[in-house]
Design a protein around this ligand. Structure first.
Ligand SMILES: [Zn+2]
Length: 279
């Protein structure tokens, strides 16, 4: 359990969730051309492409505090992080496992299942008063917590692990760019395009699908890219488990992003894509 006083001030916190989106960022190279991330590392920044920031109402104190064995508790978001801010849970070895909300994080702290924490403080929980010391306990929930316990990273348990495919993570994998014309579109104008057409035996798997705008998808129709004379801008890939955790993240903080990036394969196209978002 991490209990301490005031957290250090975080410089440079900024909120630009949509930075780069729609700003004419060009297409990126194929897998294997990854370069190291050169984006800002200021804690507290919300990365682009990770959805809008929670509205200020979410910070209002009307949120019910979690129950901790009869203690009167207060839960305050730290540094204007909304209570909707997700916490990255890892196993004790530091492998990313999942996103959890503050309630689950507090529960893990309370159950003494948090082996250690890293990242930045997100929420501060004030609990009961210690009978001996007379001091009120304060628990800080960090943006990344390593937990003991049973659940393990399926990506490390199974070498052939394939994360489930859905449009939300597919579009994010492709940086919301049409993989044919290179344009960036809002989600509602994007579609899942089967490179080898579904009706001609193409599989609905990560390596046979790309993000395409509706116009390109219609133009290609039930043809292969070669038949349609359309060129793919990037090779589709199956995300690793760490990459998938990133793709599923709603508002990924800079420190969480850095942490996840360190677990991506060196050749991950996401290194380049995320950096382009940040520019
Ligand atoms: Zn297009």
């Amino acid at each position: 359990m991490k209990a301490k006083g005031k957290p250090s001030k975080q410089p440079g916190a900024k909120s630009s969730p949509e930075a780069g989106v729609g700003s004419g960022v060009g297409p990126f190279g194929p897998r294997g051309h990854a370069r190291p991330l050169a984006g800002p590392s200021g804690h507290g920044a919300v990365l682009p492409g990770a959805g809008p920031r929670v509205a200020a109402e979410a910070l209002a104190p009307a949120v019910h505090a979690p129950r901790l064995e009869g203690s009167a508790v207060d839960l305050d978001p730290v540094h204007s992080h909304g209570l909707g801010q997700q916490v990255l849970r890892t196993d004790v070895a530091g492998m990313p496992l999942e996103w959890i909300d503050y309630k689950e994080a507090v529960r893990l702290y309370h159950m003494d299942q948090v082996a250690y924490a890293c990242g930045t403080p997100l929420f501060r929980l004030r609990g009961g008063t210690n009978a001996k010391s007379g001091l009120r306990t304060v628990v800080e929930v960090s943006s990344i917590i390593a937990t003991i316990g049973h659940s393990s990273n399926p990506g490390t348990l199974r070498a052939d692990y394939v994360p489930p495919l859905n449009n939300e993570t597919l579009f994010k994998r492709d940086a919301y760019l049409c993989m044919y014309c290179g344009g960036r579109f809002p989600t509602q104008l994007l579609s899942r395009e089967h490179i080898r057409p579904f009706c001609r035996g193409g599989l609905d798997v990560w390596t046979n699908v790309v993000t395409a705008c509706r116009r390109c998808n219609n133009a290609k129709a039930s043809r292969t890219p070669e038949e349609a004379g359309m060129q793919l801008l990037a090779v589709p890939f199956t995300p690793t488990y760490a990459e998938y955790i990133y793709l599923k993240g709603r508002r990924v903080l800079a420190d969480q992003m850095e942490y996840l990036l360190a677990h991506f394969p060196r050749s991950s196209p996401l290194h380049v894509r995320i950096r382009e978002w940040l520019q």
